[in-house]
Design a protein around this ligand. Structure first.
Ligand code: SF4
Length: 494
């Protein structure tokens, strides 16, 4: 029997979103590829957040061997993915790589693997395997956007994953794509700009099939609400269907803030087990939102944020906001405003990070063409492309003020004492109807406290190394001379 190993890589030592327990879920995408692989193959999945695929000392693979290896990767995982690919190829094992990084930068990926699959591998996996069996594996396959009907006929092999790693959380896809064009976001690039929906009954059937098996479930949709009146009705029917079919499940998902006006949907959400909604607030500075092209938030207006948060909380749902710093319009004052906003609005969770120029997004292209990127020693430097590393020259404040701003935020909203006080408020407001939501918020806050401490540490190390100052010096020289130069020639990479 032939053996296929599918791998989700994890850079050693990275502390980020994956350290938030509710976000550390099984790689459902690899579970789909497993079931699409012909039955005469033995398929194993290795999730490196659980165990390494290569040995730290020898650099050799840990899984004995395989006939074929498939690796998925977003950019910050890419360097690790290449290390795994190199170890496999040393053993003569051919490697296929797909995912967001392969879709965004197939030319680089092609240097490290035998075959690159762009877009969504699920759309052509059977063909890839058939070609491999015939000895005719191509160097490149262009996948497509997954037709939503496909999820009707296949189910990810969650059972295998759960048995192997005992995950407590899983995810489900109910929609894909996003028509908005936020400057920093790679979703439209990878999933397309058309908002695509799965039939409700199909989603309900899938939910029913995994009912009660997980402590929590995440709707992996980028934004399940606010696209059109029709789509809002559809999602209301979905939650209503969960209630009618008795599919009670602790769950949370990503939505836009404008859900706050829809009391009926919020009611069905809480009745179906929802503990919270994750909302990309990104900034409370209107100028920043304009630069980000975050029109979905501008339409609501910042003045309404308080009312929106209060109304969602009133229903017993935790509001989990995300915010990023480092935009050109941010100033040291921005950090103070955000701390006041978090405490004043009583938002339950606020995960603050650094604006990240993900590969080939409009933000990446802008900073690259301005020669402001300081981490361009690729592929090693991909590991910095997360929301807890600074990868470009700040425009409106020196690094020290940026660090001071993050430290200020920590002292104001993330110390254990403050988190306890915020939990107290969550118990009082959310706990009236949904104590699970209050517990959920506290858990995420504690996890994020740890991630945030690493973010601060990363910034301090960057400053102590002198590397950032050197980059700024070079940047200023190049601006003065009118000659734009690459800031990071190999000899000064630490
Ligand atoms: S940040 Fe959200 S709303 Fe903006 S493009 Fe990405 S998925 Fe769409």
């Amino acid at each position: 029997m032939r053996k296929l190993v599918l791998i989700n890589p994890h850079p050693v030592g990275n502390v980020g979103e994956e350290n938030v327990s509710v976000l550390n879920q099984m790689p459902v995408n690899l579970g789909y590829l497993k079931v699409l692989t012909p039955k005469h193959w033995q398929v194993d999945i290795i999730d490196e957040t659980q165990e390494p695929a290569i040995d730290g000392d020898s650099g050799d693979i840990t899984f004995g061997g395989a006939d074929l290896v498939g690796i998925t990767s977003v950019s910050y995982q890419a360097h690790r993915a290449y290390q795994i690919a190199t170890a496999c190829r040393k053993r003569g094992i051919p490697v296929i790589m797909g995912g967001i990084h392969a879709t965004s930068y197939p030319e680089e990926v092609a240097k490290y693997v035998d075959c690159v699959v762009t877009r969504e591998a699920i759309t052509l996996w059977e063909r890839v395997i058939t070609d491999f069996e015939k000895g005719a594996l191509q160097k490149r396959y262009e996948g497509e956007l997954t037709p939503m009907g496909l999820y009707n006929s296949i189910r990810s092999d969650r059972e295998y994953l759960k048995n192997k790693y005992h995950y407590r959380y899983s995810g489900i896809i109910t929609t894909a794509g996003c028509p908005f064009g936020c400057e920093f976001c790679s979703v439209p690039q990878f999933q397309g700009k058309k908002y695509r929906e799965r039939p409700i009954e199909d989603v309900l059937d899938e939910l029913e099939s995994i009912k009660g098996q997980y402590r929590g479930l995440i709707l992996t949709d980028e934004n399940f609400y606010g696209h059109s009146r029709k789509s809002n009705e559809r999602v209301r029917d979905l939650f209503k269907g969960m209630v009618e079919r008795g599919i009670y499940q602790n769950w949370f998902g990503f939505t836009s803030l404008n859900i706050y006006k829809d009391d009926e949907t919020l009611e069905y959400m809480v009745k179906s087990g929802c503990v919270g909604v994750l909302i990309g607030i990104e900034s409370i500075n209107e100028e920043t939102l304009k630069t980000m092209n975050k029109n979905v938030n501008l339409r609501i207006t910042i003045e309404k944020y308080f009312e929106a948060i209060a109304n969602i909380r009133k229903h017993g749902l935790a509001v989990w906001g995300t915010m990023v710093f480092g935009n050109d319009a941010d100033t040291p004052e921005t950090f103070r405003q955000v701390a006041d906003f978090v405490l004043g609005s009583r938002v339950d969770i606020m995960t603050c990070g650094i604006l990240c120029p993900f590969i080939n997004t409009p933000l990446y292209k802008r900073l690259n063409s301005d020669h402001r990127l300081i981490r361009t020693n690729f592929p090693e430097d991909w590991k910095y492309y997360t929301s807890h590393h600074l990868t470009y020259i700040l425009k409106s404040m020196p690094l020290q003020e940026f660090i001071d701003g993050f430290q200020y935020l920590y002292d104001k909203i993330y110390t254990t004492e403050v988190l306890r006080q915020r939990f107290q408020n969550a118990r009082e407001v959310l706990g009236k109807s949904n104590m699970n939501a209050a517990m959920f918020a506290f858990r995420v806050n504690l996890d994020w406290q740890n991630v945030y401490q690493h973010l601060l540490q990363n910034l301090k190390e960057l400053q102590a190394s002198g590397y950032y100052d050197e980059m700024v010096k070079r940047y200023n020289q190049s601006v003065k001379s009118g000659k734009k130069v690459d800031l990071t020639p190999a000899e000064i990479i630490p």
